[in-house]
Design a protein around this ligand. Structure first.
Ligand code: 5GP
Ligand code: MG
Length: 177
């Protein structure tokens, strides 16, 4: 396992993203929606840096993916408890890889009538995008490697690491995610 981003680097990058978000949303009714499970650590740290009035919500998006091929995305909005109509929505996810997750989630959120939908991610992987959108707020661009920690898992492990690390090929056996 190779450390890509230390705790200190994460703290600084997230603080910079929080400052941009604070300026962007100042004075507007914001609903922050975390995409479970990977975003929960970022969500907890990020909302504590946003000293603006906001609601926190969660949705679930799971991709049953193989090592190189994406599987179907399973989306569940059942946990969304408050009305987002006419509110600004910030979708928070752990990583923008192919972009398919965000690409599928945005129209589904749009149907709920929000004032706006923007996206914030901790990580964006280089050279992997397959969709015509990019996240609006990105804390870190990283090389194309499979990463774990700070909420991101490999087979439900490593979410609790306080840093981001890339797994070596021999540390992964076949299917990812
Ligand atoms: P996308 O739909 O952008 O291809 O992928 C987004 C989702 O795939 C992420 O929210 C995450 O769940 C998963 N994913 C993509 N790349 C990685 C990675 O390097 N490590 C982990 N743990 N999950 C990843
Ligand atoms: Mg995810």
């Amino acid at each position: 396992m190779k450390v890509l981003l230390t705790e200190d680097q994460l703290r600084k990058g997230i603080a910079q993203m929080a400052e941009k978000l604070r300026q962007h949303y100042a004075g507007r009714p914001l609903t922050v929606i975390g995409v479970m499970i990977g975003s929960i650590v970022l969500l907890a740290d990020l909302v504590r840096l946003l000293d603006i009035p906001l609601r926190v919500e969660l949705i679930l998006a799971r991709c049953c993916r193989g090592a190189n091929r994406p599987g179907p995305l399973v989306v569940n909005f059942d946990l969304l408890s408050s009305d987002v109509r006419d509110r600004d929505v910030l979708l928070v996810d752990d990583i923008f890889d192919t972009g398919n997750t965000i690409w599928e989630l945005i129209p589904q959120l749009d149907e709920l009538g929000p004032a706006s939908v923007r996206t914030a991610v901790l990580l964006r992987k280089q050279g992997r995008c397959q969709v015509p959108v990019q996240p609006d707020f990105v804390a870190f661009d990283i090389p194309d490697a499979f990463v774990v920690g700070y909420g991101l898992d490999y087979r439900d492990m490593y979410r609790n690491l306080p840093y981001i690390a890339a797994l070596e090929p021999h540390e992964m056996s076949g299917e990812i995610g």
